[in-house]
Ligand binder design. Structure first.
Ligand code: SF4
Length: 208
C-alpha cells in the first residue's frame, strides 16, 4: 500500500519543474527533457537530429584519404545521408581515421578528438587503421582504438567510397537504436564506449 502511494506520488510529480534552486531546476529539466536511462521524446529528437547532422572532421593520414574525398564527390554524394566533412574539430562530431596512425600522428588524433564537442563518434577506415595493414609489424604504428573509441571499422585496402557510405549509415543506425547522442548528453559521458586511457602521453615527443 505504501509502495502504491509512493508510486502515485512520484507519478503526480512527473513532468514538473520547480522554480527556486537554479541547479535543481536545471537537473529536473534535464531529466525530463532527455530521460535518465532510456531516451525521452526530446532525447529521440536529439538522436534524430544528430544522425542527420554528422560533420566528419578531415583526419587524412594516408592513401585512404582519396577514397574519403571521393565519397563526397558528385558520383557518390554522401552528403545525401546527412554527413558533410568540415575543417575545424570544434564544430565536428565525427572523426574518420583514414589510414595509418603513426606514433607522431597519434598525438594529433588525440588532440583533435579532445577538441571535438560531445556527443562524438569515430570510424576507422582501411586495413591500416584496423591493425596497421601493410605496416602491421612496423615500430612506429599505433592502433587507433588505443587513442580514441572507435565505433565502426571498415576493412579493405583501400575501402571503396560505397563502404564508407555504408559505415555512415551503420553509425546512424547505432545512434538511433542505442540513443547514443541523447544518453551522452544526459549522462555527460559515453558509458558503453569510454575514451581509452592512454598508456603513455602520445604527445611526449612534441612536448619534450
Ligand atoms: S588501407 Fe591501403 S589505401 Fe588505406 S591507408 Fe592503408 S595502404 Fe593506404
Amino acid at each position: 500500500m505504501a509502495q502504491e502511494e509512493a508510486a502515485a506520488k512520484a507519478a503526480s510529480r512527473r513532468g514538473r519543474v520547480y522554480v527556486g534552486n537554479l541547479e535543481q531546476v536545471a537537473k529536473s529539466a534535464r531529466k525530463i527533457l532527455l530521460g535518465e536511462v532510456k531516451p525521452s521524446a526530446v532525447g529521440k529528437l536529439v538522436d534524430w537530429g544528430t544522425l542527420f547532422s554528422l560533420w566528419p572532421v578531415h583526419f587524412t593520414t594516408s592513401c585512404c584519404g582519396c577514397e574519403f574525398a571521393a565519397t563526397w564527390s558528385p558520383r557518390f554524394d554522401a552528403e545525401r545521408y546527412g554527413a558533410l566533412p568540415w575543417l575545424a574539430p570544434r564544430q565536428t562530431n565525427l572523426i574518420i581515421i583514414e589510414g595509418t596512425v603513426t606514433k607522431k600522428m597519434a598525438c594529433a588524433l588525440r588532440l583533435v578528438w579532445e577538441q571535438m564537442p560531445h556527443p562524438k563518434f569515430a570510424i576507422a577506415m582501411g586495413a591500416c587503421a584496423l591493425d596497421g595493414g601493410i605496416f602491421y609489424n612496423s615500430y612506429n604504428i599505433v592502433r587507433p582504438w588505443e587513442i580514441v573509441p572507435v565505433d565502426i571499422y571498415i576493412p579493405g585496402c583501400p575501402p571503396r567510397p560505397e563502404a564508407l557510405a555504408r559505415a555512415i549509415v551503420e553509425l546512424q543506425k547505432l545512434i538511433k537504436e542505442k540513443g547514443l547522442a541523447s544518453l551522452w548528453i544526459s549522462k555527460g559521458k559515453r558509458e558503453d564506449k569510454p575514451t581509452p586511457k592512454l598508456k603513455e602521453d602520445p604527445c611526449s615527443w612534441w612536448r619534450g
